[in-house]
Design a protein around this ligand. Structure first.
Ligand SMILES: [Zn+2]
Length: 425
């Protein structure tokens, strides 16, 4: 086989073409035979670190942040394939599977920031609400920007607050209808004269609101909003904090038939002031897709109370442990279309020193032209990797994290394997 896989040993932004697949395998001390059955094998059972790591007890894995990041990435490949089969016809069907029209080859690169290998040159769906991989990348991007904004605000002596807005919900109500009411009430609240006067007195200058959706067996979908407010120095919480529940109730009543007014007055708005609240907001932004620190936790699929996040629903679809999970996920995906899950108030980004916001596809792309190119795969090679399913795509970057030669050998094996699907020669 005259493979054109490229391998790079060192340096930056470097593509070394010409390392043949077979030769690469030999250089890396990895024979194709060592990968027989690899595409179907459980994760982390091939060679080297993966084999060693898979034998570690869970408790030990949890204190190795790098490995938890790798585990999270592997799980996202798997859950993306679960989401793909759950949502036929959705844009996620092409995500990280097919080359972008204007690119010559699929590359495996290593991020100079995280040290992790990733694919470049592939289409991404950018549907952060339903795609575990795009969702995690978009959340990471947003978290970086929000952290930067918080740092700026701290430097100016301001104080952040986390405001959570919820509403009563019933299983009979559809998600799309609920979200429409929630966003409508929120828009009306923030445009209301009384709110604006109180917010102005408190020095509320900017805000970021994010929409979160969970689902529970008892009450169905539970959409709610988290808002990060940037308040002036010296604000202690008086005024706005006391009046908010009443104002929120009034707006909800205009958008929904609210019978349980006590619920709204007691639990409809949660107001937390200070930088720990800002940190909590940041963790909520990454929560939907269980970013690294969440992933290693035990009882992964267990919702908080009766509330399941999208990633938890997908885990249940995968394992067949919650009969409604697939139907619920489809409704969630349908209702999420066109929604802005994170929105900065007008002028906030520029005032806080941030550039114009990228679209979700750009945030999900995750490519950096300055990153080291470990391998450049021909269309035939990429077809073989794709034929190996999510396991092969996950394993290839997993190997490339540590040892590009082993990764190249693995690609050579996949090409051989899927050229002869029967396993014959
Ligand atoms: Zn995607």
């Amino acid at each position: 086989m005259n493979s054109s896989i490229s391998g790079a040993n060192s340096g930056t932004n470097q593509t070394l073409m010409g390392g043949g697949g077979t030769e690469a395998a030999r250089r890396g001390g990895v024979s194709a035979a060592g990968f027989i059955g690899a595409a179907e094998a459980p994760l982390g059972t091939i060679t080297g670190f993966a084999a060693a790591f898979s034998s570690f007890p869970l408790a030990l894995r949890q204190i190795m942040p790098e490995e938890s990041v790798r585990l999270a990435r592997a799980e996202r490949f798997e859950l993306q394939s679960v989401a793909r089969s759950t949502l036929p016809g959705h844009r996620i069907r092409c995500c990280l599977l097919y080359r972008r029209p204007n690119t010559a080859s699929v590359e495996v690169r290593r991020s100079s920031v995280s040290g992790l290998a990733y694919y470049a040159g592939l289409q991404v769906c950018g549907r952060g609400a339903v795609c575990p991989i795009c969702g995690a990348r978009i959340a990471e991007h947003n978290r970086g920007e929000i952290q930067a904004a918080l740092d700026v605000w701290r430097g100016r002596g301001g104080v952040p607050a986390l405001l959570t807005f919820t509403m009563p919900h019933y299983r009979s109500q559809g998600l799309a209808e609920n979200v429409k009411a929630l966003l409508g009430a929120y828009r009306a609240l923030t445009g209301h004269r009384s709110y604006r006067e109180l917010a102005g007195a408190a020095g509320l200058t900017h805000s970021i609101r994010s929409l979160e959706v969970t689902w529970g067996r008892r009450n169905g979908f539970h959409p709610h909003l988290h808002t990060l407010g940037f308040f002036g120095s010296g604000y202690g919480g008086a005024g706005l904090r006391e009046r908010l529940p009443l104002l929120w109730l009034a707006e909800l009543q205009r958008h929904l038939d609210i019978t349980n007014t006590d619920y709204v007055l007691e639990r409809g708005v949660r107001f937390q002031l200070g930088f720990p609240a800002g940190a909590e907001y940041l963790s909520k932004v990454g929560q939907a897709w269980g970013l690294a620190e969440e992933v290693a936790k035990a009882n992964r699929k267990k919702g908080r109370g009766d509330h399941y996040s999208p990633v938890q629903l997908l885990c249940h679809v995968r394992d067949g442990t919650l009969p409604e999970a697939a139907v619920v996920y489809r409704e969630y995906a349908e209702a999420s279309k066109g929604l802005h899950f994170l929105q900065w108030s007008r002028g906030a980004r520029a005032a806080l020193g941030l550039a114009e916001e990228k679209c979700d596809e750009e945030k999900a792309d995750g490519e950096d032209q300055g990153d080291l190119v470990l391998a450049s795969l021909t269309p035939e090679e990429w077809r073989a990797v794709r034929a190996g399913g999510w396991q092969a795509r996950s394993r290839l970057v997993e190997l490339a994290d540590y040892d590009e030669d082993a990764a190249l050998g693995y690609v050579a094996h996949l090409v051989e394997r899927f050229r002869h699907p029967s396993g014959g020669v």
